[in-house]
Design a protein around this ligand. Sequence first.
Ligand code: FAD
Length: 419
Amino acid sequence: MEQCVLEPGKLWWNWFGEQYFVPQYKALPKTEEDVRQIVLAARKLNLPLRASGAGHSNPAIVPTPGVHVDFNAMNQIIAVDEEKLQVTFQPGIRVGELSRYLKGRGMSLNNQGDIDTQAVAGALMTGTHGAGKTLPCMSNQMIAARIVTADGTFLDLSAEHDKTLFNAFQTSLGMFGLIVSITIQAVPSYNILKRSWNADTEDCIGKLHHLLDENRTFWFFWLPVLESASLFELPGGDVPNMATRAHDFCHMRSYNAVPADEPAPPLQTGEEFGHSSAIFPNQYVPNFREIEYAVPFEKFEECFEEIRSLFKTKYPEAMYPVECRAVKADETFLSAYAERDGYAISVSGPLEFPTWGMLNDIDVIFDKYEGRPHWGKHHFMSPARLERLYPRYDAFRKIRREIDPQGVFLNDHLRMLFA
Ligand SMILES: Cc1cc2nc3c(=O)[nH]c(=O)nc-3n(C[C@H](O)[C@H](O)[C@H](O)COP(=O)(O)OP(=O)(O)OC[C@H]3O[C@@H](n4cnc5c(N)ncnc54)[C@H](O)[C@@H]3O)c2cc1C
């Protein structure tokens, strides 16, 4: 049987080229039954399995010596309920493909991150988020899923059926099994009026709460130097510029929803208007090494000031923008927003600069402010630290052990943190 579903392993590398491995076998399923047969074949050979989406995560959450299951060929829509605005699809579909499909059906995703090339399963499993004080991370858009568990059986998960298990699964890095279908709750189609502008950091922080309250989404990049903007392809001179300095200023953005049947407003400099699927995604090139932690919402300003001050005093040559986004609390066990409103702060450096040392110093600051990691970005967690940070860390590990007692869906990185 294994010849049918397992192919010889091939080199896999992630988007950044920082993670790579050659597994013993590779599998490229097209159907739910293919996935079940892959798990059965791996079990017969006593091999572990790990899934990949689009490979846009930094840490070693995909590599496995056993069977690498590539979900690229499972990217079809399965069912649509236009009345309830619910859509069921295969896990490999990209966020952008789903978002554009929804547009054609009069729907939108409630929120997205700032790229749309991730597989939806990958985005959900790591707690990927956009920005907005009232908008939770994307894992909360999922209302049901079907997985193949370690014994090769299908398991349907939903809050309706078992809320505790579902909340644990929502941000579980593929440790419960291989996802074969996902159902999300969409919202009625909306356009976005996007506004971008630059201002002094003091101005941005001084008006922060007003901007967060007045806009569906408000987020900003802190730019230590003028050259920072081009590193993340942020717009140059074509946005209103109220900054009085050419360094230590903020590039800010607000997104506000306009119902799809309302006309486009007249646009000013720095404004764009279009369907949510077109406005959310931005472009990045893999030129950075990043950590992102979410600190408690009320501790953001203090933590941000400490990071800004470290850049100025110890790392004046550091140039990458620092991205800051508010995200609403949720009921998952392990998203960075589990039971806590958070403020995600992303700090990056170049791949060739001694970036690890700088990120390690930033991590010390995050630790002081109880920062929780984004599971798809580099972090420096230990079990003891996770126990401090997540009220339901132990409960998560207990559920994981019950659902996969032999650790079939673990690799070294995940075993260290979650066995
Ligand atoms: C340029 C760039 C911009 C980004 N912007 C944002 C942003 O705005 N907001 C944000 O929060 N994050 C952002 N991220 C992080 C990104 O959203 C996450 O790393 C996300 O997990 C990537 O999705 P992926 O499909 O590439 O998943 P992968 O990295 O391939 O996998 C992620 C996890 O999902 C699991 N998985 C995938 N498919 C399955 C399946 N079928 N069954 C079981 N498990 C599965 C994998 O095993 C792995 O644990 C960004 C990353 C990059 C590179």
